[in-house]
Write a protein that binds this ligand. Structure first.
Ligand code: NDP
Length: 444
């Protein structure tokens, strides 16, 4: 049995009930195998793969808080500090009822390679809670965030671990986390990213993940002697990533015809009006179906995902495993040319295979959505030097980083014999840098 298969079997055996984590490890391991074989003895002697799949630390804690009726609620809180070989831990905090240790381990594992691809000195981490901010009052969210941070503050800091946003954690939650961290430690430091602009946040951070996804799609199409202008796009989700992905696609001349939430999707054949979506989601915290109240010509499809629509580009920007093998086949039969992942691991392994077998240009999330963490890295730099860069300056840097990620991915894919396999390119490029750093630092 190969070294990669041996360690993968151990992962499955020793981490039962964590299917998303197994899936993420499998995707990485099956594609990095050629790079592992080249250095097999070195990696094996150093137990490198055994170490890379084991988080350096898992912090799990109780999050008690009092709701508006005066009743005590208790949630689970976690921080997975996965790998600090190339920098302080960095990764978002997810607040969603589905959160459990396995999901955060998959996200933390992905984050190691994503952060490596950005070229910035950031290790991999992820955290979160099974708390659901939906339907809670601002005061309830504040009390939850304060309780969560009352435990987490012991383990984070600007040079140790810098959390950020993710599903359910936006500017409001980051503000409450930051306030509580400051109160407990007395430190005004860049311990979180995604902060508001009046207290250390970076311009372009809100837009960064979505914009970065489109910059990546642009690079991919240019290389194929094509462009974004005139393309028809399906986006899923209507949160932070989806909104700014839609905005940038529209700016560059594409037509976005779908967006969604966990209840259903909207279809607007004239091109979605992103300002209406922003008003519903960012201001009113409403549901995507409210779009048709304003745009009467649009339709709302309850209980379905948008992958049955005929599009040139699909950008899943909601959550993991939201495109099945069957849905991938439908997209392909409807002529999809490019799939770019805004969410983390939105395609199942079967769906990825369908895209690759059918020569669809497909870029995995760890490369395509790395714009968010990249600008988080830039927020950390600005906090350290106590300066704020302009929107244009940060946007230019973001474009440069996305271009560079594309270059690394394609060059690595070519080096390993399949220039179109961006999954392999991204995984090997991300992995090699972390592996080299881990080897240099000894067994730790
Ligand atoms: P938000 O909370 O802002 O939005 C999430 C969106 O996805 C909402 O529309 C939500 O709908 C939908 N969604 C969430 N869970 C599900 C589900 N189980 N089924 C169907 N729809 C669902 O999150 P973000 O936009 O920040 O994150 C979206 C994805 O992008 C995630 O995979 C995240 O890990 C990834 N990502 C985010 C980055 C960032 O900078 N924010 C950076 C890199 C990746 P509903 O309101 O109904 O729950």
């Amino acid at each position: 049995m190969s070294y990669v298969s041996e360690v993968f079997e151990k992962v499955v055996r020793e981490n039962p009930n964590e299917p998303e984590f197994h899936q993420a490890v499998k995707e990485v391991f099956t594609t990095i195998e050629p790079a592992v074989i080249k250095n097999e003895k070195l990696y094996k002697d150093a137990g490198l793969l055994e170490r890379i799949v084991e988080p350096e630390r898992i912090i799990s804690f109780r999050v008690p808080w009092v709701d508006d009726k005066g009743q005590v609620q208790v949630n689970k809180g976690y921080r997975i500090q996965f790998n600090s070989a190339i920098g302080p831990y960095k990764g978002g905090i997810r607040l969603h009822p589905s959160v459990n240790q396995g999901i955060l381990k998959f996200l933390g594992f992905e984050q190691i390679f994503k952060n490596s691809l950005t070229g910035l000195p950031m290790g991999g981490a992820k955290g979160g809670s099974n708390f659901d901010p939906k339907g809670k009052s601002d005061n309830e969210v504040m009390r939850f965030c304060q309780s969560f941070m009352s435990e987490l503050y012991k383990y984070i800091g600007k040079d140790t671990d810098v959390p950020a946003g993710d599903i359910g954690t936006g500017a409001r939650e980051i503000g409450y986390f930051f306030g509580q961290y400051k109160k407990l430690t007395g430190l005004y430091e860049g311990v979180l990213t995604g902060k508001g602009l009046t207290y250390g946040g970076s311009l372009t951070r809100t837009e960064a993940t979505g914009f970065g996804v489109v910059y990546m799609a642009d690079e991919m199409l240019k290389d194929a002697h094509d462009g974004i202008e005139g393309k028809v796009v399906a986006i899923s989700g209507s949160g932070n990533v989806a909104i700014y992905c839609a905005k940038k696609f529209e700016e560059l001349g594409a037509k976005v015809i779908t967006m969604s939430d966990s209840n259903g999707y909207i279809y607007d054949g004239n091109g979605i009006n992103v300002d209406v979506v922003k008003e519903i989601k960012e201001v009113r915290r409403g549901r995507i179906k409210e779009y048709v109240d304003t745009v009467k010509s649009a339709k709302y499809v309850e209980g379905k995902r948008p992958w049955g629509e005929k599009v040139d580009i699909a950008a899943p920007c909601a959550t993991q495993n939201e495109v099945s093998g069957e849905e991938a086949k439908t997209l392909v039969s409807n002529g999809v040319k490019l799939v770019v992942e805004g969410a983390n691991m939105p395609l199942t392994l079967e769906a990825i295979k369908v895209m690759q077998d059918n020569k669809v240009l497909y870029m995995p999330g760890k490369a395509a959505n790395a714009g968010g963490v990249s600008v988080s890295g830039l927020e950390m730099s600005q906090n350290s030097i106590r300066l704020s860069w302009t929107f244009e300056e940060v946007d230019e840097r973001l474009k440069g980083i996305m271009k560079n990620i594309y270059k690394q991915v394609t060059e690595t894919a070519s080096e390993y014999g399949n220039k179109d396999d961006f999954v392999m390119g991204a995984n090997i490029a991300g992995f090699k840098k972390v592996a080299t750093a881990m080897l240099a630092q000894g067994i730790c």
